[in-house]
Structure formats: C-alpha cells, structure tokens
Design a protein around this ligand. Structure first.
Ligand code: NAP
Ligand code: ZN
Ligand code: ZN
Length: 346
C-alpha cells in the first residue's frame, strides 16, 4: 500500500516528504490509519547517528496512535474502527525467556525495532510512524482506552511506557521520595506516573522556567540544576532517581542525592558513557539501574492505567512540515512537553 511519510535520506540531513509501499495485510496483521505520531528524542539521536551507524532512508517514529482500517483473516484481537497503538518494536523472536515473559523489549535475539532496523525476514527495512498508514502483526499492537484523546496518547507508546515500567519495577509508591531528572517528553510522564503512584516527587531541571509546569503536573518540588550548588541541599534524599536527560552530565553529582540503598535508574541515552566514581556507589550501598521501554502486556497495562486516571501527555500538535523545526526545539529543551505530528498532514 502506498504510504506518505517524512524521511531522512541520509545521516544528519533534514527530513523531507517521502513515499514508499507497506506490505499487504497478512493473516495475522492489522492495518491502521495513523492519526498522530510523537517525536521522541530517540528519533533525533538516530537520524543524527548519535548512537552509531543507521539505515537510510529512515522514516522515524515509534509513538503511533491510530484507527484500525482492515484486519487479516486470522486476527482476533482487533476489529475495524478500533483505536490502536504501536510503540518501539513491531516483532521479536517470541520464544526466548524474555518474550515468553512478555518482556519482548529484552528479547535475546533483539526486538525488531519499529524503524532503523530490519524486519524478521532480515531484509525489509522497517519504516516508522512519521507516515499516514501502518501494518503490524496484531500481537505487537495495543488497545487505546476510549476516553483518551489520540494526540495525547501517542507519546504514551514510548515516553509513557518508558517511565511507567521502571516506576513499577522499583515499586515507586507512598512514602517514597522520587526525583525525575529532565522535564522533557519522558520526564513529564515520569512526574505524572510517580505522582499517581503516591510518591513525593521532585523535578531536577536545568530549565528554571519549567517550574510552574512541573508543579501543575503534580510535582511537589522543583530544583533548578543551573546552579550545581542547589543539589547540595538534597544529598542523601531520594529513594529512586529517574534520569531521563538526553545529554551528557556528571552522574556522580546525582548519585550523591540517593539515600541508603537508593537507585538511580538510567533511562536517557546520550551518545557517550558516564564516568562513575565507585566511591559514590559504595557510600550508601547505592545502585545504578537501567530500563528500556516496556513489553506488550505492560504497555496495555499502562494505557489502561492512563484511561482510569485520565493521564495523557502534554502535547504540541504540529504539521509534518514543522518536523525539522521541532527537532531543533527538542534539542534545545524547548518543548511542552512532546511534539506530536498530525498524520493527516503527511
Ligand atoms: P527530551 O524531550 O528532549 O527531554 C530531555 C530533557 O533532558 C530535556 O527536556 C531537558 O530537561 C534535559 N536536558 C537536555 N539537555 C540537557 C543538558 N545539556 N543538561 C541537562 N539537562 C538536559 O527527550 P526525551 O524524548 O524525553 O528522551 C530523553 C532521553 O531518553 C533521550 O536520550 C532518549 O533517546 C532516551 N530514551 C530512552 C528510552 C528507554 O527505553 N530507556 C526510551 C525513549 C527515549 P530540563 O529542561 O528539564 O533540564
Ligand atoms: Zn522513543
Ligand atoms: Zn525473544
């Protein structure tokens, strides 16, 4: 099926209008008309090859919300007209321990990414969500609750699950002090979820002008990190720190904010490694953990949780021809708090 999209034709280049054909709808596939596609900072890292060599032309986009337009003969999970979401992967091996546990993002053969990779046939380049139409195996798509707007839902498919999963894994809840580093697309979802779970939430941000928004999202405290001495007052305070910062920083300053047995969860993925002073770990039996998106069962659980608690992303809806400007603004931390592309403009 002919598909209209935006693509980067080469590394670091601007995105331009692009057309390609998606596969026919197979027996286990569903087709969807995309309504909105979110812009994740991971899209920018990959277009700019900040994570290593990438595949071009690249149609980025792994925060996809739309409506089912047709279903294959064996499909049982969806019907035409259903509201449907697609996230960061479209397939996996289905047989390893991770896949069987519903943790497809940790598939031992690697998940099949929604873009910038090959599908499981090893030769078809996966094309992502900056497009008007999508085809996916029904097992790797999720239902969107009826009460939530599709534009605010699209970012939940990556930014949302990426914070929900560690918040559940590290059992964030009442009585815990949690810090969220970086109030961007991921970070603002972290604030909303940690608050909904009952934790006391502090935002650590290098953008002082975001304080009002952070508090409106439910955060209890806001610390501007522009002045590094501001962190001194918060040493040994937090049980969990969720680090969503996309840029390099001195991680040791933040490790010192963990209380006894605390964990700093690395979620942001800058291109260069962190230099960790082991002394900061020994002192206070601290841990550094990592977390990557979430599996299909947890993705559905998160969306259902959002439906129940009326949680969506704060979005700026844009037309396709604004994507390059939106990339620039995202890198400058100037987004409130996720750009979402209206897919009717592709
Ligand atoms: P984003 O919207 O650009 O947010 C990143 C935030 O980091 C910014 O809003 C800013 O918050 C802070 N920041 C940026 N530059 C900074 C700097 N130089 N110093 C200090 N703070 C800075 O990006 P995102 O889409 O949320 O993604 C964040 C990171 O997570 C990216 O690296 C992305 O690739 C990664 N990611 C990981 C996963 C996973 O599965 N683990 C999934 C998706 C994305 P303040 O203005 O509040 O300081
Ligand atoms: Zn993402
Ligand atoms: Zn697997």
């Amino acid at each position: 099926m002919n598909t209209r999209a935006y693509a980067a034709l080469a590394a670091k280049s601007e995105l331009v209008p692009y057309q390609f054909d998606r596969r026919e709808v197979g027996a286990h596939d569903v087709a969807l008309e995309i309504a909105y596609a979110g812009i994740c900072h991971s899209d920018i890292h990959q277009v700019r090859e900040e994570w290593g060599p990438a595949i071009f032309p690249m149609v980025p986009g792994h925060e996809i919300a739309g409506v089912v337009t047709s279903v294959g003969s064996s499909v049982t999970k969806f019907k035409v007209g259903d509201r449907i979401g697609v996230g960061v992967f479209v397939d996996s091996c289905r047989s390893c321990d991770s896949c069987r546990a519903g943790l497809q993002q940790y598939c031992v053969e690697s998940m099949t990414g929604t873009y910038n990779g090959y599908e499981r046939d090893g030769k078809t380049v996966a094309m992502g969500g900056y497009s008007n139409y999508f085809v996916i195996n029904e097992d790797y798509a999720v239902h969107i609750p009826a009460n939530l707007p599709l534009d605010g839902v699209a970012p939940l498919l990556c930014a949302g699950i990426t914070l929900y999963s560690p918040i559940k894994h590290w059992r964030v809840g009442p009585g815990m002090k949690v810090a969220v580093m970086g109030l961007g697309g991921l970070g603002h979802m972290g604030v909303k979820f940690a608050v909904a779970m009952g934790a006391e939430v502090t935002v650590l941000s290098h953008s002082p002008q975001k304080e009002k928004d952070a508090l409106a999202m439910g955060a209890h405290h806001f610390v501007s990190t522009k002045d590094p001495s501001s962190l001194k007052d918060h040493e040994k305070e937090f049980d969990v720190i969720l680090n969503t910062v996309s840029a390099e920083l001195d991680i040791n300053q933040y490790l010192s904010l963990l209380r006894l047995n605390g964990t700093l969860v690395v979620i942001g993925l800058p291109g260069k490694p962190y230099a960790v002073e082991v002394g900061s770990l020994l002192n206070g039996r601290r841990s550094i953990g990592g977390s990557m998106i979430g599996g299909i069962p947890e993705l559905q659980e998160m969306l259902d949780f959002c439906g129940k608690h009326n949680i969506v992303s704060d979005v700026e809806v844009i037309k396709a021809d604004y994507i390059n400007a939106a990339y620039g603004r995202t890198v400058e931390s100037d987004v409130k708090y996720r750009f979402v592309i209206d897919a009717s403009t592709f």
